[in-house]
Design a protein around this ligand. Structure first.
Ligand code: CP3
Length: 375
């Protein structure tokens, strides 16, 4: 774990917070919430907070491709820091992309304008999978370098979130060759050649584990594992074909000493199984009510979410109402990180994102302390 933040271990009693509620920094507030420890106010950050809706990012993007930004650590750090400071959030997610590990595995891809990622030669056969390399995760060192720059700048003002894709979501990009609607190729391989499928997931886990470790060693305080498309799976398929490899990855990342956020979309029916990975925090999308979902999980993990990102196109009054409703559903219980249910979309007014941060803070300023409500 990064030396910058001094987080009490899981079984240490929390002391001092009651007397000094203002002493928490953004970084420690966020990390305490990941570990379900009481905080002075709910930490907040946003999925895709550094992306295309932000004029500062668009200005950088005019001169550099997405991959150039990712591969120039100073630039990636600047984009990360600018967004976190402009929004005044408790955590900064490193600017990178889910698909970066494909390159050292031997898969070329590009981001075609308006189309999303395109993988030139999708992986479809046992032979294709045999050719994937697992020994060059070190080539991704530029992401760790960017994290080190961000850590040196932010110190503990905000936590640094590193990230990687989950085995299923990355396998689906590799096999489909890009985004997909029905995941036909992915599921065909999974059903018909489960041994080959398992080899692919094992290879991904091996690379992702090294990649996440590099990020932690460089100063990431937490790793978010994006299983963005897990919601395309039936529970039985998730359990038989995806859960085992994902659990190994998450446990291996936790062994580096940082908490893991496991995120997916449309996962209402999958959440109890996703919880079995042992992730410290589960991302919730806006289709599942936070209160009942968390109760179903028996409050045994922290939760992150879950405002509909499109609510950010509404007026301030409705945004304030929805933010308040989510905070009320969390009820001040330790272990809630305020976020959207999925990423900010292009065209989102930046001031509305800033309003959310303010509403989260104001809501809690008027609320009784956590201890009074939950004794
Ligand atoms: O705050 C941030 O935006 C952090 C950086 C970040 C990017 N990608 C940069 C990016 C993060 C966290 C990602 C994750 C990512 N990448 C996911 C999971 C995200 C989720 O919300 O579930 C996925 C599925 C990808 C793959 C990917 N990259 C797609 C599908 C696309 C095209 C569609 C899109 O979202 O725009 C990208 C391109 C991409 N990656 C952009 C950014 C800022 C936008 C394009 C650009 O600037 O050229």
């Amino acid at each position: 774990m990064s030396e910058r933040l001094h987080i009490p271990s899981h079984d240490q009693p929390v002391t001092g917070l009651e007397e000094e509620p203002d002493r928490l920094t953004g970084g420690s507030r966020f990390l305490r919430a990941c570990l379900r420890k009481p905080v002075d106010r709910t930490p907040v950050w946003f999925l895709r907070q550094a992306g295309r809706y932000m004029p500062e990012y668009q200005a950088v993007r005019r001169h550099h491709s997405l991959l150039e930004i990712c591969k120039q650590p100073k630039l990636a750090a600047e984009v990360t820091i600018t967004a976190a400071e402009k929004l005044d959030v408790d955590a900064a997610i490193i600017f990178a992309d889910l698909l970066l590990p494909f390159e050292p595995m031997g898969l070329d891809f590009e981001f075609a304008a308006g189309e999303g990622p395109v993988i030139h030669k999708p992986v479809r056969t046992a032979e294709d999978i045999a050719h994937l390399r697992t020994d060059r995760a070190g080539d991704l060192g530029y992401v760790a370098e960017a994290i080190a720059h961000v850590a040196a700048h932010l110190r503990d003002r905000a936590a640094i979130i590193g990230f990687c894709g989950a085995p299923y979501t990355l396998a689906s990009y590799m096999i489909e060759g890009g985004g997909s609607r029905n995941y036909v190729h992915t599921k065909t391989l999974m059903y018909r050649h489960p041994d080959v499928w398992r080899r692919l997931l094992d290879k991904l886990v091996s690379v992702l584990r090294d990649y996440a470790r590099q990020q932690v060693e460089a100063g990431a305080d937490c790793i978010q594992v994006f299983d963005s498309w897990a919601g395309s799976l039936a529970v039985e398929d998730y359990r038989d074909f995806v859960l085992p490899a994902t659990k190994i990855l998450i446990r291996d990342i936790q062994a580096t000493g940082v908490p893991v956020i496991y995120f997916g979309v449309d996962t209402a029916s999958l959440l109890p199984s996703m919880h079995e990975t042992g992730a410290d925090v589960l991302g919730l999308d806006w289709r599942t009510p936070l209160d009942t979902t968390w109760r179903t999980l028996e409050y045994a993990c922290a939760v992150q979410g879950n405002l509909d990102p499109i609510t950010l196109f509404a007026g301030p009054d409705l945004i304030r109402l929805r933010v308040g409703q989510i905070l009320d559903q969390a009820g001040g219980r330790p272990g809630h990180i305020f976020n959207l249910g999925h990423g900010i979309v292009p065209g989102t007014p930046v001031e509305n994102v800033q309003h959310v941060v303010r509403f989260v803070r104001e809501h809690l300023r008027h609320a009784p302390p956590v201890e009074a409500r939950h004794g």
